[in-house]
Design a binder for this molecule. Structure first.
Ligand code: MN
Length: 315
């Protein structure tokens, strides 16, 4: 998906404190954002309150939405640098195309992972006969040592699953409780989908080196005794050995974690960069149709996205 927020403010990783603090769990509410086509999403990160959880630096929750034929997601060719895009599909089917020549439908229970590295272009669209979309799309910041890596695309149809205390868990990224998800990541992180059809209560072991957040996607969870509804992100901070989740009916949530990402990064439009020059260079390459940098997407019927005006805030 694409960041089309009109403000397009630069977001830096130093804007938010590392710890949730002694007050307990930080509660971050979603705002509405447009990503293309008839679909509005709930955006949790970056927000004024929280920019990153580990290297997870962008979090959109799309749907659950029901729409007329051809009124679904439709995001024209746009570039990315310095990040991985991570798409977790819950309902509906979305077609991905990219400048490496990949054409891949992502279906419920599957992950698409695109590594932008130095530069890639892609499109995303709901299939022609599709009426549903429920998905999470996240970005993962690449550390400076890997930001210029070669672009890549991977599709993961099979992910580790298990059950704990009435919750059905799917490991989306990283390692957890002796299991490892298939994707390649560039910093220690984890992502888990948790769902239940009825009441559940489970205590999950955590890595005290990681900071964590939990986002209910449907229903609600009590997290260490505090209730969080759908689209309320609970930021737990770090230093925890476990977390207790309780659901009182059908619910679904996303647990995200990682070693705090301490590098200073900037998010502007669809770019993650370590300094202003990197953004300016990528913007120039995109605006001047530099095919060597960003390539081209074949087969998408529509216009490439135009970058907003580049404004760097005064110090
Ligand atoms: Mn995108």
């Amino acid at each position: 998906m694409s960041n089309q927020e009109s403000s397009n403010q630069l977001s830096t990783s130093s804007d938010c404190p590392l710890e949730a603090g002694v007050r307990g769990i930080q509660r971050i509410t979603a705002r509405t954002a447009q990503v293309g086509g008839g679909i509005a999403v709930n955006r949790l990160m970056p927000s004024r309150q929280r920019r990153t959880i580990g290297a997870w630096c962008f979090l959109d929750h799309a749907g659950p939405a029901v729409f007329e034929t051809k009124a679904g997601l439709r995001v024209g060719p746009h570039p990315h640098i310095g990040l991985q895009t991570f798409t977790w599909m819950i309902k509906g089917e979305v077609l991905h195309r990219d400048s490496l020549g990949n054409v891949q439908v992502v279906r419920p229970g599957q992950v698409n992972l695109m590594t932008a590295g130095r530069g890639i272009t892609h499109t995303e669209e709901s299939l022609a006969q599709e009426h549903h979309l429920h998905a999470a799309q996240l970005w993962i910041a690449l550390p400076e040592s890997d930001k210029d890596c070669a672009p890549a695309f991977d599709h993961y149809p099979d992910l580790p699953t298990w059950s704990v205390g009435g919750l059905q868990a799917t490991l989306l990224a990283g390692s957890f409780a002796g299991r490892t998800a298939p994707g390649r990541f560039y910093s220690p992180l984890v992502g888990i989908d948790l769902r239940c059809d009825d009441t559940a209560v489970a205590t999950l072991s955590l890595d005290p080196q990681f900071e964590y957040g939990i986002l209910p996607l449907e229903g609600a969870f009590s997290i260490n005794g505090q209730t969080f509804a759908s689209d309320e992100l609970a930021y737990l901070g770090r230093g925890l050995n476990d977390v207790t989740l309780q659901a009182f009916g059908a619910s679904r949530g996303l647990l995200l974690g990682g070693v705090p990402f301490t590098e200073e990064i900037h998010l502007w439009w669809n770019f993650v960069a370590h300094d202003k020059a990197e953004i300016a260079e990528a913007l120039h390459a995109w605006s001047s149709h530099d095919l060597q940098r960003f390539g081209d997407v074949e087969g998408f019927d529509g216009e490439r996205l135009i970058a907003p005006e580049f404004v760097w805030p005064r110090a």
